[in-house]
Design a protein around this ligand. Sequence first.
Ligand code: 3PG
Length: 342
Amino acid sequence: MGYTYHVPTGRNPFCNEVIEWESSEVFELIANKRVMKILIATEKPFAPKAVAGIREVFDAAGYEVVLLEKYSDKSELLAAVADVDGLIIRSDKVTAEVLAAAEQLKIVVRAGAGYDNVDLEAASERGVVVMNTPGQNSNAVAELALGMMIYMSRNQFTPGTGFELQGKSVGIHAYGNVGRLVARKAKAMGMEVMAYDPFVKDDAVFEADGVKKVESVEELYSNADFLSLHIPATAQTKGSIGYKLLMSMPKGATLVNTARKEVMDECGLQAALSERTDLKYVTDIAPDSAEELAKIAGKRFFATPKKMGAETAEANINAAVAAARQIVDFLENGNTRFQVNK
Ligand code: 3PG
């Protein structure tokens, strides 16, 4: 790409007429600059307005955009990443194999909060920067958590008597962006809110929301009529929520999981739901043992058919546009503020 841009370098001293021309340095810079190519790879597509928002950001930067949506085979992703400089994903898996296939790749932005779908180590080894867009889709997830509480307290909208959220207690496991929004919305519903998060050291964070800070995960579960899970899936948290914690919950309690299925010990979950016929489990991430759980718990168990916490136009637009802006800011200015593989 490029166009010839000449500057006058010599003039006739008698009439000021240009007698010598030369290609300018500016022209050289423009001509040599590669156009950045960005791939949006979303097995679960963004809302069209979010894609339009991404395009607007990259058009302004002079970047090329390629869209790969609803792909069903890994080979499609492997082929699409071959010559791209940047990648925007959702829960799409960016493995060592994908990174190896992306020789030009400089940055991956997970448009969302959790980045357990990206092999951070492999990315770091290749010098690829990985970012997320914290907070951008949190409200959608928090609203779903509250909606799930209502859905389960009204017996999955089956005719019959249910119960209200008002006056019930809710325990928030991890007080990050989503947890805080669930807390505030639950307070507005008249619920008693407590939270556990050993990473939030400043008590003022809980106090500002009128939330009771509890000191242990055991204290949280044993007092929560509703337990809203917001921990990420890490080596430490995987399989950490199981039989013991569930069995300690009050009579009629509901565990709400809008976080990750991997944090559950599904074997323990099955045992708890089978022994305690008052317990409920509702999740936005279908468990591997969904069929068994449905048999054991009937209407006390519900899983969305496909993760939909962040499936709102607003969340898509916020996260997608933030991802695009972060890519431009990194490629143009080196801004690594949201990097997660430092
Ligand atoms: C997140 O981590 O941001 C949420 O789990 C949303 O994931 P999604 O973009 O795949 O819907």
